[in-house]
Design a protein around this ligand. Structure first.
Ligand SMILES: [Cu+2]
Length: 83
């Protein structure tokens, strides 16, 4: 599982966040914990496997925003007492 962070230009309010969340969920139905912040200018979600970067970029552009960067890092659940 990876944590994916999208740097996005153009989000101005909560409606924009909702639009972007919709785009992510629609194009990556397996994405989990989709969340966007217009203040940070980024969206994050959890995803297994590779994100189709071009598809996502196009879909975000069609919605009126610009995908600047995609960061991916391994996601680990919180430390478990039982290892
Ligand atoms: Cu807005």
């Amino acid at each position: 599982m990876n944590k994916v962070t999208l740097k996005i230009d153009g989000m101005m309010c909560g409606m924009c966040e909702a639009h972007i969340n919709d785009v992510i969920r629609k194009n990556l139905p397996d994405a989990k914990k989709v969340s966007s912040s217009f203040k940070k200018g980024e969206s994050t979600f959890l995803y297994e496997g590779e994100v189709d970067k071009e598809r996502l970029e196009r879909a975000i552009k069609e919605t009126g925003y610009e995908l600047k960067e995609i960061l991916t890092e391994p996601y680990q659940k919180k430390w478990s007492l039982f290892g």
